[in-house]
Design a protein. Sequence first.
Length: 124
Amino acid sequence: MKVCFAVKEDRGVESNIYGHFGSAPTFVVFDTESQTAVAVNNRDLNHAHGACNPIAAIGGRGVDAVVVGGIGAGAIRGLNAAGIKVYGAVGGTIKENLLLFKENKLPELSIFNACSGHQGGCGH
């Protein structure tokens, strides 16, 4: 399984989770089978507010899940339409969130608990 994490800078599993998917400078894609992490620059970083193309942002990496500090409803719709589940980060680092993800302890996000209008505690 490939899990994508929104981060400010790549420090592997020690990377801190970024506050919002669409404005995250980088994503770290962690493969739970091979235990490897690959950094991907946000390819949709300069989109207009509310017009995030989440599949383009992560470079079409074929991920199964995304873990974020915050995310808008449009991005959630786009990811869900591609079969990708979205989870809210709880811990500060990828390592902490990976452990919680494996234990099914991260909350799944939907359009009903997405960020809206730069609010919702998502840090952007």
